[in-house]
Design a protein around this ligand. Structure first.
Ligand SMILES: Nc1ncnc2c1ncn2[C@@H]1O[C@H](COP(=O)(O)OP(=O)(O)OP(=O)(O)O)[C@@H](O)[C@H]1O
Ligand SMILES: [Mg+2]
Length: 73
């Protein structure tokens, strides 16, 4: 399947677990046809970000599209 636009387009993603701010406004664009590594210290929010992008977790705020699909929907 071919489509125009980036593979991943995230803007201002936020997720809080109680007092812990796991994602504090993540912006990320991954061009189609590329490989992207997600690096960060322990607890930086990598797993939370991937869970939001794969629709396993709903963000508190922000928008994200993966292959054009809105992860909130
Ligand atoms: N289910 C949860 N309940 C409460 N706090 C959580 C939960 N999941 C993650 N956290 C907290 O949110 C923050 C981000 O966690 P996350 O697992 O996304 O980080 P990570 O970058 O994947 O870390 P690691 O490198 O250890 O895998 C951390 O402070 C973590 O303790
Ligand atoms: Mg992790």
């Amino acid at each position: 399947m071919h489509r125009d636009g980036p593979a991943i387009e995230a803007e201002g993603l936020r997720k809080r677990y109680g007092a812990t701010e796991a994602l504090a406004g993540l912006d990320l664009t991954v061009p189609a046809g590329t490989v992207c590594g997600l690096l960060g210290r322990n607890g930086a929010g990598k797993t939370t970000a991937v869970r939001v992008l794969s629709t396993l977790l709903r963000p508190d705020a922000g928008t994200a599209r993966v292959a054009g699909a809105d992860v909130r929907r």
